[in-house]
Write a protein that binds this ligand. Structure first.
Ligand SMILES: Cc1cc2nc3c(=O)[nH]c(=O)nc-3n(C[C@H](O)[C@H](O)[C@H](O)COP(=O)(O)OP(=O)(O)OC[C@H]3O[C@@H](n4cnc5c(N)ncnc54)[C@H](O)[C@@H]3O)c2cc1C
Length: 377
């Protein structure tokens, strides 16, 4: 893999850097962490600005190198990340692009790119997390609609979403992986109830979702009926393989800030802390290289990331937790104050080894699908 930049790529970087320098000072102030309507408006507004400047599709159709340059430059300039657009831009949209019909792509992709419509993910259920294929939310065909009844949990951004990528059971008699379908459900349909759940840091970033005879048009099914498990694997490969890429750049910035603060506060004299930060720096440099490799592999495989995403997700989620543990060491007693920088991030880092498939599940995937070890009991 060639990691040097061409003249054209450096031009792209310079143009983007110039645009960011002009546009970022005019951004409105960031809304409070728990002001979800405000956060939606802020994130959608930023997506709209990217769209109008011709950068909205970078995550989808630019070359891997341009994507990575985009992430490096937006992070370096302190630009907002995808925020509430996470599901739409980073896994529902790419799934529809890969698996949807031309009409579905036409209907759903442009509003995601413009920041007009926000998506959430309705996969997990109270008894179907790691064992997702045991999901029970039922969809019964009635004319040109499915009537959907059941409940979902941990649905991030459900409160502000317009659409939900929803997994339902369309054939309860079939073996469990073969009776599932992937639907796009409008969140304002009658029968959808969203009940927010509060995290450790006090934010209601996800919710329970109750579905009571919700009518979803059959035309909103992506992929064939009962072929939803295969479509789900496409969604998860985007979610694990490429969706966290931008965050690696952010972690490298946090690491530099930690070193700076440690120097100012005198903690830099502690050799254990210096060794810890040094090891993390090497770790994130390696993760960035792995990211470059994964993104370019995905491009070579028609755009859908492979199982290497599990290796990345496994290591990245643990490294992120170690990063914020180091932050606590730098902060000392201030690490107990929620408003201090990095403290809320430290709390939320705990969720990284659970969300998008737990570390144990990623280890199972690596063991079985990469190392060829026998399936666990
Ligand atoms: C911040 C956050 C955001 C989320 N957002 C969404 C979202 O938007 N949409 C959505 O659908 N879901 C979302 N989730 C849910 C997430 O996908 C699940 O929490 C995750 O898949 C684990 O499922 P579970 O919580 O039911 O745990 P369980 O599956 O009950 O697992 C409990 C424990 O058992 C272990 N375990 C289970 N099976 C095995 C096995 N076969 N081998 C070894 N160990 C095993 C697990 O690793 C874990 O430690 C989110 C979760 C978090 C934390």
């Amino acid at each position: 893999m060639d990691l040097t930049y061409t003249e054209e790529e450096e031009d792209f970087r310079a143009r983007l850097r110039g645009w960011l320098a002009g546009v970022l000072p005019a951004l409105p102030p960031k809304p409070a962490p728990d002001d979800w309507p405000g956060r939606r408006a802020y994130d959608a507004g930023w997506q709209r600005a990217l769209h109008d400047a011709g950068y909205a599709g970078v995550h989808w159709d630019a070359s891997p190198t341009l994507r990575l340059i985009f992430l490096e430059e937006t992070e370096r300039a302190g630009a907002p990340y995808v925020g509430a657009n996470f599901v739409g831009l980073l896994h529902a949209g790419p799934t529809i692009a890969a698996e949807g019909t031309p009409q579905q792509r036409e209907r759903w992709l442009p509003p995601i790119l413009r920041g007009d419509e926000i998506w959430c993910q309705g996969f997990s259920e109270p008894d179907a997390g790691s064992d997702l294929a045991s999901l029970r939310t039922r969809a019964v065909r009635d004319g040109d609609a499915y009537v959907v009844t059941g409940s979902k949990i941990w649905t991030s951004h459900a409160e502000v979403a317009d659409w939900c990528e929803l997994l339902v059971r369309t054939d309860p008699q079939a073996p469990r992986h073969r009776g599932i379908s992937w639907l796009a459900m409008p969140m304002d349909a009658p029968g959808v109830t969203v009940r927010p759940l509060r995290t450790l840091a006090g934010s209601a970033e996800f919710a329970e979702m109750f579905l009571d005879e919700v009518r979803v048009p059959v035309a909103n099914r992506v992929g064939a009926e009962n072929d939803g498990w295969r479509v789900t694997m496409v969604t998860l490969s985007f979610e694990r393989g490429t969706a966290f890429v931008g965050e690696v750049v952010a972690c490298r910035r946090v690491l530099a800030e930690l070193a700076h603060r440690a120097r100012r506060s005198g903690r830099w004299d502690d050799p254990v802390l210096r060794r810890r930060l040094g090891r993390l720096s090497a770790e994130f440099a390696a993760l960035w290289r792995l990211t470059q490799w994964n993104v370019s592999e995905a491009q070579g495989a028609g755009g859908v990331p492979g199982v290497g995403g599990s290796v990345f997700k496994l290591r990245y989620s643990q490294a992120r937790q170690e990063l914020y543990e180091a932050a606590a060491q730098v902060l000392g007693a201030q690490a107990l104050v929620l408003d201090e920088p990095w403290v809320a991030d430290r709390l939320s880092s705990l969720s990284y080894t659970i969300a998008a498939g737990t570390s144990q599940i990623q280890q199972n995937i690596v063991a079985e699908r990469i190392l060829g070890l026998p399936k666990g009991g």
